[in-house]
Write a protein that binds this ligand. Structure first.
Ligand SMILES: *[C@@H]1O[C@H](CO)[C@@H](O)[C@H](O)[C@H]1NC(C)=O
Ligand SMILES: *[C@@H]1O[C@H](CO)[C@@H](O)[C@H](O)[C@H]1NC(C)=O
Length: 254
């Protein structure tokens, strides 16, 4: 099935390149064919320490015992979603990656991690699969794990002495300068405001070229509103980087 889908996806790409007259396609198909047009993707990492601060009450927050690092949220090609429903993800696709994924790409709410991976695969992976280096579940998830090592938030912050704390906050400029020197381009830092009015770092988006080098989009310019509750951190604020608190994850620093 995976193989068949790879063929279908490739065929879609090729057809799109070759066909001048796209009227043959239904409107819906045309949109789907755009799935391979993307130039940039976002590698998104979440900080478990603040992930639950803004989490809707309909979710149960669960930070697994062994999770102590920045975690992967996803690898998202820009502007495309849900490209190939037929391309199912099975637990057996990830057998040799599962222990790594559980550590670095865990679900932080009360769904199983596999369900989280499956959703990410359907929503984003099926679109990423049109480039050779990401053209199967195993390649896609393996690539994300490599990116997590390569663009390590934990190491970048540790080296700069930026450590989780309830008391200390960091000027936005210090965080962005640190990541600029670590990753050559500044990623988008996303924040939420907690009930005490503190600006809290929760997620980081690194814009990647298809070859995985960073800086495909300039986040200085782009500030697309999205459906996510997270928004770009206020550049004039001091930013809190809360420690992981498994007992009260929604209010880690009461
Ligand atoms: C997760 O927790 C919420 C809130 O307690 C509950 O309504 C929901 O059914 C739970 N979902 C799962 C998959 O356990
Ligand atoms: C990656 O791709 C970008 C855009 O095509 C290019 O500018 C850059 O030099 C490439 N980087 C490497 C390491 O090949």
């Amino acid at each position: 099935m995976g193989f068949l889908c790879t063929l279908l996806l490739l065929w879609g790409c090729v057809t799109q390149l070759l066909s001048d007259n796209k009227d043959f396609w239904k409107e819906e198909d045309k949109q789907k064919l755009g799935y391979c047009d993307w130039k940039c993707m976002k590698f998104v990492q979440s900080w478990p320490g603040s992930f639950c601060v803004f989490l809707g009450k309909r979710f149960n927050c669960m930070i697994p015992e062994f999770v102590n690092t920045w975690t992967i949220h996803g690898l998202w090609p820009n502007d495309v979603k849900d490209c190939c429903n037929c391309w199912n993800l099975f637990q057996s696709d990830l057998l040799d990656l599962e222990s790594q994924l559980s550590l670095y790409w865990p679900s932080l709410i009360n769904t199983t991690s596999f369900l989280f991976w499956k959703n990410e695969w359907h929503k984003h992976g099926s679109c990423a699969g049109c480039i050779e280096t990401l053209s199967s579940p195993s390649k896609y998830f393996r690539a994300a794990l490599k990116l997590h090592t390569f663009y390590s938030m934990d190491i970048a912050f540790q080296r700069a002495g930026i450590v989780p704390s309830c008391d200390r906050s960091y000027p936005f400029k210090d965080l962005s300068r640190t990541l600029l020197s670590a990753f050559t381009k500044t990623p988008e830092l996303q924040c939420v405001m907690d009930e005490k009015g503190r600006e809290v770092l929760v997620q980081v988006k690194i814009s990647l070229h298809r070859n995985f080098s960073s800086g495909c989009e300039d986040f200085q310019e782009a500030s697309n509103p999205s459906s996510s509750p997270y928004r770009p951190c206020n550049k004039n604020s001091n930013i809190y980087y809360f420690p992981i608190n498994r007992r009260t994850p929604r209010d880690p620093c009461p």
